[in-house]
Ligand binder design. Structure first.
Ligand SMILES: NC(=O)c1ccc[n+]([C@@H]2O[C@H](COP(=O)([O-])OP(=O)(O)OC[C@H]3O[C@@H](n4cnc5c(N)ncnc54)[C@H](O)[C@@H]3O)[C@@H](O)[C@H]2O)c1
Ligand SMILES: [Zn+2]
Length: 344
């Protein structure tokens, strides 16, 4: 079969590999759609040794069951499914309460992270990772599994503060951010302020229901404060889907006293958390800082339900498998709006 693999650090190429077979408890899936996540770029850029190599990338997968391995019940050939990408140990305290995204044994275990992913004609996944998608299109279902699930989980973590009448600043309106805006619209009554460097991304944010948009630049802190109020007032919640120095700095300067910053983006920024020693403090008093990672299977089921109810729809741009390297180049240059989805 054809697969797009990371063959060396930074190198993504289409190669021929043997079609895998489903082992006990596993399912062979014919891949229908795979989202191109910015995390794949971080994986490509990571130093050798952090991730298996060569490895087929792609952790945002939807497809059709081709073959169920020995012992699999409940799934048969032809069933359509979305794939929950995390594979925890299944035995630690976190996994046992369903928080496989906090597994303490396999911290970043998953499909396309620690084993071959979905940028291929087929992928083998544990049957326990499959979720039914009803009538949803595979190109719509795939982005739900990360671009939908991760912001949904972040919003769940912030639920306590996202009361009616509060404000939420969403930084980075890309694959995850444009889903975050819709999730906030569908599940809260907060005022949504979208921030991005790109005008096209801000247009997308407005279409998705953001109440105000701010183009990121030297004056973004002042412009956001003009909307949410100056310290000690500010945004009740900041969702940072970039995580670079300029965005984490913005986040800590616009978050309200008693507010919450959720650092989702992995762009290597540093967020100093030393409220007592600093003068003035790096973060307002009583600020919560969280570092969400992906989400739980139960949350993915809710995300799928939200999409089936017509309240969450990825803005998708599709590419053939052979064009996956081009899709990632465009993503790196900031020229993908919404989510690039590869259709093998
Ligand atoms: N924590 C997790 O579980 C998790 C899961 C998935 C992705 N991620 C990470 O989240 C980040 C976003 O992923 P994505 O796939 O949505 O990426 P994306 O490339 O689709 O979107 C990024 C957006 O951020 C905007 N942006 C870039 N620099 C900016 C700046 N300085 N100020 C404001 N906006 C800026 C871009 O214009 C773009 O719209 C990545 O770092 C990714 O690795 C984390
Ligand atoms: Zn575990």
């Amino acid at each position: 079969m054809r697969a797009v693999r990371m063959t060396a650090p930074g190198v993504l190429e289409q190669v021929e590999v043997p079609t895998p077979a489903a082992g006990p408890g596993e399912v062979l899936l014919r891949v229908g759609a795979v989202g191109a996540c910015h995390s794949d770029l971080h994986i490509l850029d990571a130093p050798a040794g952090l991730f298996p190599m060569p490895m087929t990338l792609g952790h945002e997968i939807a497809g059709t069951v081709d073959q169920a391995g020995p012992g699999v019940t409940g799934w048969t050939a032809g069933d359509r499914a979305a794939v929950y990408g995390i594979i925890g140990c299944g035995r630690c305290r976190a996994c046992l309460r369903g928080a496989e995204n906090q597994c303490r044994v396999v911290p970043v275990g998953g499909i396309g992270l620690s084993r071959d992913g979905g940028l291929a004609e087929h992928v083998v996944v544990p049957a326990s990772r499959l979720l039914h998608i009803g009538e949803l299109d595979l190109t719509q279902a795939a982005p739900l599994t990360d671009a939908g699930l991760t912001p949904y989980h972040a919003v769940e973590l912030a639920r306590e503060r996202l009361r009616p009448g509060t404000s939420c600043v969403v930084i980075g309106i890309g694959g995850l951010g444009h889903m975050a805006v819709q999730i906030l619209v569908a599940t809260t009554a907060v005022r949504i302020i979208a921030v991005d460097t790109s005008v096209a991304a801000l247009d997308l944010a407005s279409r998705m229901g953001a109440h105000e948009v701010v183009q990121a630049g030297p004056d973004s802190v002042d412009r956001i404060r003009a909307l949410v109020g100056p310290p000690p007032d500010g945004a009740d919640v900041v969702l940072d889907f970039v995580g670079a120095d300029p965005t984490v700095t913005t986040a800590r300067q616009v978050v309200a006293t008693g507010g919450q910053v959720l650092l989702v983006g992995l762009a290597g920024g540093t967020l100093p958390v030393r409220p007592v020693a600093d003068e003035p403090p790096t973060l307002p008093l009583e600020t919560a800082v969280e570092v969400p990672f992906w989400g739980t299977r139960a949350e993915l089921q809710e995300v799928i339900a939200l999409a089936r109810a017509g309240q969450l729809q990825a803005d998708v741009q599709t590419f053939a498998l052979a064009d996956a390297p081009e899709a990632y180049d465009l993503l790196r240059r900031g020229e993908i709006h919404g989510r690039a989805v590869i259709v093998p």
